[in-house]
Structures are given as C-alpha cells and as structure tokens.
Design a protein around this ligand. Sequence first.
Ligand SMILES: Cc1cc2nc3c(=O)[nH]c(=O)nc-3n(C[C@H](O)[C@H](O)[C@H](O)COP(=O)(O)OP(=O)(O)OC[C@H]3O[C@@H](n4cnc5c(N)ncnc54)[C@H](O)[C@@H]3O)c2cc1C
Length: 333
Amino acid sequence: MSKGILIYAEVLKSGYVAPVFFSLAAKAQELSEKLNGEEVMALLICKTGDAERFKEGFQACGVDKVYVYEDEHFDHYSTELYSKIAVDLAREIEPAIFLIGATTQGRDLAPRISTQLGTGLTADCTGLDINEKNMLAATRPTFGGKLMATILCKNFPQMATVRAGVFPFLETPVYKDTQMIYKNHNLQNFETKAKLLEFIQSTEEVINSLDNAKIIVAGGKGVKTKESFVLLDRLADVLGGTVAASRGAVDMGLAPASIQVGQTGKTVSPEVYIACGISGAIQHTVGIEGAKKIIAINIDKDAPIFGVADVGIVGDLNSIVPQLTEYMELRGK
Ligand SMILES: Cc1cc2nc3c(=O)[nH]c(=O)nc-3n(C[C@H](O)[C@H](O)[C@H](O)COP(=O)(O)OP(=O)(O)OC[C@H]3O[C@@H](n4cnc5c(N)ncnc54)[C@H](O)[C@@H]3O)c2cc1C
C-alpha cells in the first residue's frame, strides 16, 4: 500500500539544496499530521560526499528518511538519468504523495516521472491539503487565473509541483533523527540520448534574486518608460531590495521576463512588495499572495490593486517613487 510523502531535494548549481525543498518539507509536516504521521522522505541526487553536508538541513525540517544517490557525475542534471532514479525509487518505496519544486529542473523532471509511473501530476499548485478520504487535494489557478481548481489524483503516487515562495518555511525547526539511506546504483553505464557539452549560466538568473528578496519594488505598464523604471531601481537600492515587473511591463520591453511576477512568472513572498503602476490583475496578484505587506502606488483610485494592498498611495509614481527614495536616503544617513 502506498504510504508517506516523498519530496525531491534539488541541488542547485550553488551547491545548496533549493529553498523550495524546505518550503515543501514544511508543508509536508502538516500533510503528514493529517495522514496520522506518515513519513516525510526526500530523494537526493548529488555529488559523491555531498549528502553528509546537507544532513543537518534535512534533520531541521523534519525529514524522516533521505534516499541518497551519490556519484561524481551527479553535478550536472540529466533528464533521463534523474527521472530513471526517481521512477525506480518511487516503484520501490511506493510513496502516496510525491512533491517536486516547480523550478526549471522540477518542471522538466516531474512530467517525465508521472508519465513513466502512469500517474497524474498537478502542476504549479498554490495549495495542498489532505481531504476526508486521505487523498491529496492539490489546488491551482485555472482558466487564466479566474478560477481555483482543487484536483484529486486517482493513481499513486499523487504528484504535484509547487513554486518557490508559495509555502512558508517552518518557523521553528522540527528536529528529526533523519535516516540517510545510501542507495547502490549501477548507472555509470546508463546510456542517455542527450549529452551535456557545456553549461552556460544565464546572467539574468545570476542577478535575479527575487526568490529570497525581503523587499521588492515592482513596476507595471504604468511605469511607461525605461527611464522611469530606473526610479524603481533606485528605490530598491536604497531599501536593500530588488526589482520585479508585471507582465504588462515585460510585454512593453521595460523589464526582462526573468523578473516577471504572477501566474506565468515568479511567486514571491517578501516582507514588503511595492507595486508601482500595476493594476492588480488576478494573474499578477496570485504571485504576491505570500507577501507580508503590499504597498500600491497607482494613479487610479479604483485600481483593483488597492483591494489587496495594505497601504495604498493614489498618485503619479514619477513623483511618489523619487520622494520615497529621497525620504529613505535621508533616514539612512
Ligand atoms: C494566462 C495568463 C497569464 C498571465 N500571467 C501574468 C503574470 O504572470 N503576471 C502578470 O503581471 N500578468 C499576467 N497576465 C496579464 C494580466 O492579466 C494583466 O494584463 C497584467 O498583469 C497587467 O499588467 P499591468 O498591471 O502592468 O498593466 P495594466 O493593467 O495596464 O495597469 C497599469 C496600471 O498603471 C497605472 N498607472 C498608469 N500611469 C501611472 C502613473 N503615472 N503612476 C501610477 N500608476 C499609473 C494605471 O492606473 C493602471 O492601473 C496573464 C494573463 C493571462 C491571460
């Protein structure tokens, strides 16, 4: 019988486990409680000797067991190899639930695993719960964000991907005596159709620190020009934050797609989100539900963004943003 919650622990190029794993582990504690304490497990594929380095992190977020696949070649992601490992493990341990972060890698991996296992996958979930029949109830926006659908999966494992920032991390660590289970594998000679020739890091990804930003200053179509977008850069700088954009601003060429927030962009959960010249379409606000405080600056007093904002400023961003920047600069001196 399928039991337990398995989470894929993606190792980033930086050599750390992806933050989305820890937010999924936090959510898994809640799901496990509803499933009468079923085990929370992790799948870790990493370079030889790295697993021990990650052990403390797994212990602190309440993981019962980590299935470790180490190899000197596992410093580069391979779709075929990683999905084979995940599928073999899922067939062996039969988890009831299999969660994967909706990162670039997770989005590539999850559908391949679910297809091979002949199970369903709910992608980009914004909510996970256990229903009265002990099944995973995975919620995600549908119809262009106008409706929230809760989806049940008939087969096992019940799979879901979740973006970074959707679920908060544990406020206090739940220490567990995590069992590290080193799996023997014979994958050195595993034939893959694709070969990695070179890895070129996207510079946009390097500078994009939205996932962990405490303060985000976001610009929308109302910013209108690249020159005005610089005003947001300055405010973000003074506040020690970073800039983001609505799809409207991205479509206008004011900002790169890598900093788009919303349904088809990033989900963020900063302490403060300052929305400048953003109308507040549902496809945008679905990406900022995790923000602790939302400040909106908009020329139109009826803009929907004011409906979700904690603080609303009605006025022209071209005069308000520089004033805010100046005020914060003076305070900082
Ligand atoms: C399937 C689908 C997925 C989508 N995904 C996303 C997504 O991921 N992210 C996203 O953002 N959108 C997404 N959208 C698009 C979304 O529906 C909106 O079109 C978009 O968010 C609008 O961007 P905006 O708020 O910048 O522009 P607008 O809606 O045009 O709003 C501009 C705002 O600026 C204000 N303004 C104008 N001048 C000034 C000024 N001088 N000072 C202050 N305020 C001013 C205006 O009053 C207005 O409220 C998606 C749509 C679909 C259908």
